[in-house]
Design a protein around this ligand. Structure first.
Ligand SMILES: [Zn+2]
Length: 300
């Protein structure tokens, strides 16, 4: 049976062997400590590549790997990281080329395919739910990065995390530097800059406890995601929209759904469904692997 290797690099490196749209054995994670969400901040790009190579080598040791798929944050085109606001050191990196060379030195010659991490998630949802014929959209809410993935993958950029959701010129907390962006409201860095005295988890805790400032922000947080989702629906039509990533745990789905209904009124655009998907690593690994296999088949 053919096996592929799926890798996701978001907050940490997670690797798994994939067969038949499922994970074989356990997922390898580096670093193992769950709270190290800013691990890659300031780590040189070459060191990140070395670490990814090492994890691939360890995970693939006893498997006959046909292809390797890597979900990586940022704008990825033709194996190159064209930009990555939350991993700035990787901007311009020829990730596929470097990783292929590094793996060859270690005796691994399987082709490497790099794709945006949120696109890997969308492909994983499509594969694990047997919906490879449907349009799948997914928001990935990780610490700093807010990703937008789409399956099937289409030419273009799909940087939904940088959707403009407010015209207030003071909303300038996005890591990319753009004004009024979704990530400038939903990302950790943005939340810390806005509150200064509170960690993101504390903001949600205090909102639940009834704090007025935190409650207002949590509403804004949901409204911003609803706005970006509404824009996607107005451009791409209605459908199933998933929300995943570590911060999907803060989503109040009914509130989000209510805001979305307030923002999308034309009848042909009605009928979208929102769903939170919590098993992020596993699904994104499968999606990266499936995409790599498909890319390999296309190349012949
Ligand atoms: Zn931005």
């Amino acid at each position: 049976m053919s096996q592929t290797l799926g890798v996701v690099v978001v907050e940490r490196i997670a690797v798994g062997v994939v067969e038949n749209n499922g994970i074989v054995g356990s997922i390898r994670v580096f670093p193992e400590a769950a709270d190290e969400t800013d691990f890659f901040e300031g780590v040189p790009a070459e060191d990140i590549v070395q670490q990814i190579g090492q994890e691939i080598e360890r995970a693939g040791r006893d498997a006959a790997i046909e292809a390797i798929g890597i979900g990586f944050p940022g704008i990825i085109r033709d194996g190159v990281v064209e930009d990555s606001p939350n991993l700035k050191q990787d901007k311009g990196q020829k990730l596929r080329e470097e990783l292929t060379a590094l793996l060859r030195q270690r005796g691994i010659s399987a082709p490497v395919h790099i794709l945006n991490d949120a696109d890997a998630m969308a492909a994983g949802i499509a594969a694990t739910r047997g919906q490879l014929d449907k349009l799948i959209r997914v928001w990935t809410l990780f610490g700093n990065g807010v990703g937008f993935g789409r399956y099937p993958q289409a030419d273009g950029f799909w940087e939904g995390g940088h959707s403009v959701v407010t015209l207030d010129p003071k909303e300038n907390y996005c890591g990319c530097g753009g004004i009024g962006h979704l990530e400038g409201i939903m990302g950790h860095r943005a939340m810390r800059l806005r509150f200064l005295d509170l960690e993101p988890e504390e903001i949600f805790e205090q909102a639940q406890a009834g704090d007025a400032r935190c409650s207002a922000f949590v509403k804004l947080w949901h409204r911003a995601l609803a706005a970006a989702t509404a824009t996607s629906i107005h451009m791409d039509g209605p459908g199933k929209i998933f929300i995943s990533g570590t911060n999907a745990r803060f989503i109040q789905i009914r509130l989000l759904d209510q805001y979305l209904h307030e923002m999308v009124k034309m009848s042909p655009l009605q009928g979208s469904a929102l769903e939170v998907v919590s098993t992020s690593d596993e699904i994104a690994i499968i999606g990266a692997a499936v995409s790599a296999k498909y890319a390999t088949l296309q190349r012949g």
